[in-house]
Write a protein that binds this ligand. Sequence first.
Ligand code: ATP
Length: 386
Amino acid sequence: MSIELKKVSKQYGRELAVEEVSFSVEDGELVALLGPSGCGKTTVLRMIAGLEQPTGGDIYIRAQRVNELSVQERNIGFVFQSYALFKTMNVYKNIAFGLKIKKWKKADIVTRVGDLLRLIGLEGLDHRYPHQLSGGQRQRVAMARALAPRPNVLLLDEPFGAVDAKIRQELREWLVRLHHDLSITTVFVTHDQEEAMEVANRIVIFSKGRVEQIGTPREVYDHPASEFVARFIGVMNVFELEVRRGMARLHELEFPAAGLADGQRVRIGFRPYAVQVSPDLDHYRYRAVLRHTFFLGVMLRVELQLASGLTIRGRMTKEEYEHLGLADDQEVSFQIRQYRVLGNENTPLPPEISTAGDTAPVRRESPVDEPPASDKESVGSSEKLP
Ligand code: ATP
């Protein structure tokens, strides 16, 4: 085990920014700390680095409790979005900086910087100054500078936040390759779920200073522990329905609700991929107009509008879309293959229920908690994942 946090908290005045956070990072793992702005992920990273002191709990690096150790004593490399290179030093001097401080011998520094320049693919640019480099090249130099003194652990705080989308993508792929080659234990902070899914071996998802779920990208996507995670990691159609005559209903939508009393409110969530569409109006039970198609590469997102005005998000491959001969403003039929009956946002997420021809009952052991008073649909944030 390389890093371990045990019930780590951080209080700023009255505000509890981080609350009893526990997780561990194995040797050589790349773990992403993911969550919306203000959820405490940077504070956690800064406490691992030694830049902030926890107000509760313990931090271990390689089995040693480091709460009282200084930044230098922790032997950690870090790269922050705002941690700019030294403007008055060329690439060579920037990378060599930490080694000089540690009083490495000149010959060893020359060899080490040469190796790092090769590693980051910037051989021959050692005499350039930061302003003569692209944003992507600067970030690679920052990474080389952090790696130079052979740290035990690498901490990255939104390291690619300042570069444009294309370079960001290249840097992500580069980071995965670099990590694969070096196997250095790495903790990476991001608010971008796509970035976390693409880069990390495991993801720690934060909400309001607490850990919501820890898992591989696949685990958190396929088995989100809470509605918060399901909506943060992907997109979920969420509707609040009311039970009438044994069915939970909202306009045209209805789901089996055997055993639930009339008037009870039920929230239903389903992923866009659970929506099946056909150009044949009699094929599935619901009808809608295909209002918009968003081309996202091989996957497409479709917005279906029902006669009542309800909007549902679906997802399909480009191939499927072409095979079905779909077009905007076309009337289609659709069905919802699987859905979940939701409790509160932070309660454990119940398993998906397959509609199996729309006859499966809503299985609930206990009545649904009264959700906030909104009878309209709310759909998760932006569509980012298949
Ligand atoms: P972002 O992605 O926006 O950087 P984050 O998830 O990294 O957000 P933190 O920067 O860890 O969040 O902040 C968590 C909470 O702690 C926030 O409410 C923030 O305002 C508060 N906070 C952070 N640093 C300090 C500080 N030095 N003094 C007081 N409050 C702070």
